[in-house]
Design a protein around this ligand. Structure first.
Ligand SMILES: Cc1ncc(COP(=O)(O)O)c(C=O)c1O
Length: 405
């Protein structure tokens, strides 16, 4: 990435700051579209990965729908794009009022995760005089080799329903005129690089869809969820898209279902950089620290998931420097507030920039005001090189606007 560009953006907009690159977003959309080109497939971007309105519109203009998990996310989609026809609603804890808002908004699909949720959907749809388009989220009991917090397809996790339970639920609900079972769904985890567990989950889903069809459910949609893994600057094995594409074609051969994907990280993770500035350096015994002005409040993934992010030091004034092995840490009063540990970097000085790569997904969207630190600004670098501010830096008074004295 261009050092001068980072220096200019930091000067113009301050740090800490999220920078997104339109070219990288478009590259990922194109790569996924190519992988599924021969299939009847919709890409529903997972809004939770990065919910900036400007980016939502960007995805919409390139043909994407949306996977949402709250009324707030749905309202964002409506505000940015004004179209709810390609929205699917996931999540184990949709409240009755969120379900009502989704039904009133005429979204494409609600992924049902429990018997009680199905009852609430049926009752709400009946009260509104509409038919709710639903899919059962199936828990395929498949484990994936990722951090336990982002594995969601095992029986011990809170997500989805065992297939037998979903089938039994449908037996009890199929004559309900307020429900239309149009799909089955799964999402077994995030950052998956191996095609095999995905294949097992998708195969199970196809089998379950067949079971439902044999019981007269008008299943049209297979929602395969998200979780497609990316490389994070070469640290992880990315999903092999060619193998993935072939696997899908083999599985879908002779079938007539529409497929939905809900990718988040795949589309936006590698398009984002969190740009920070060195405040101080220090040494405790043998241990050297570079303290930057962004913290776990801006990017919590290393603290929460022990996630890897490639880090680059951009020395002010250029030139070469001696190398140091350092921890790059933030200012928050937690030992867990760090971005990287034991990295070999050019010796840092206060004022240098530190770029934390692959921060586009679950970066800003998980940011908080912890330690009363304002939320950072966000900019988008367009394909033509222009830089657009897409979120202003939060002011101190915005942090306590809803509080009462
Ligand atoms: C239901 C569902 N779909 C899609 C996603 C997006 O996952 P990823 O960003 O790994 O593609 C998630 C992530 O938590 C999810 O829970």
């Amino acid at each position: 990435m261009s050092t001068q560009l980072f220096e200019k953006i930091a000067k113009d907009y301050g740090t800490p700051l999220y920078i997104y690159f339109e070219a990288q977003i478009n590259k990922q959309i194109a790569a996924l579209k190519l992988a599924v080109a021969e299939l009847p497939c919709s890409i529903c971007y997972a809004v939770k990965a990065n919910s900036n309105l400007n980016l939502l519109r960007h995805f919409y203009e390139r043909g994407c729908g949306f996977d949402i998990v709250s009324e707030g996310e749905l309202r964002r989609v409506i505000h940015a794009c004004g179209d709810t026809s390609k929205v699917v609603f996931s999540g184990v804890g949709k409240s009755p009022s969120e379900i009502e808002f989704a039904l009133r908004s005429k979204i494409k699909l609600i992924n049902v995760e429990s018997a009680q949720e199905l009852s609430v959907i049926a009752e709400t749809a009946s009260n509104l005089g509409v038919k709710a388009p639903v899919a059962f989220r199936i828990n395929p009991d498949i484990s994936v080799d990722v951090h336990p917090y982002i594995a969601t397809g095992m029986r011990s996790s809170k997500f989805g329903l065992p297939a037998e339970e979903a089938l039994a639920l449908w037996e009890g609900a199929k004559r309900d005129p307020a429900l239309e079972l149009i799909g089955v769904d799964c999402h077994i985890g995030s950052q998956i690089s191996d095609v095999e567990p995905l294949k097992s989950a998708y195969s199970q889903l196809i089998e379950v869809a067949g079971e439902f069809r044999s019981r007269a459910a008008p299943i049209k949609v297979l929602d395969f969820g998200g979780g497609l893994g990316v490389s994070f600057s070469g640290h992880y094995q990315p999903l092999d898209l060619q193998k993935f594409s072939q696997m899908l074609k083999d599985l879908h051969n002779g079938l007539d279902y529409e497929i939905i994907f809900e990718p988040g990280k795949f589309l936006i993770a590698e398009a984002g950089v969190l740009l920070t500035r060195v405040v101080y350096t220090k040494q405790n015994g043998e241990h050297k620290f570079v303290i930057v002005d962004g913290g776990m409040n801006d990017l919590i993934r290393p603290s929460l998931y022990d996630a890897f992010h490639h880090v680059e030091l951009i020395p002010g004034g250029g030139g070469t420097r001696e190398l140091d092995t350092v921890d790059i840490v933030g200012p928050v009063c937690e030992s867990g507030c760090y971005f990287a540990k034991r990295r070999v970097l050019p010796r840092a000085n206060p004022g240098d920039l530190v770029a934390i790569y692959d921060s586009g997904a679950y970066g800003f969207s998980m940011a908080s005001n912890y330690n009363s630190r304002p939320l950072p600004a966000e900019v988008l670098v367009r394909e033509d090189g222009t830089v657009q501010l897409i979120r202003k830096r939060q002011e101190a008074q915005d942090m306590w606007r809803e509080e009462l004295l």
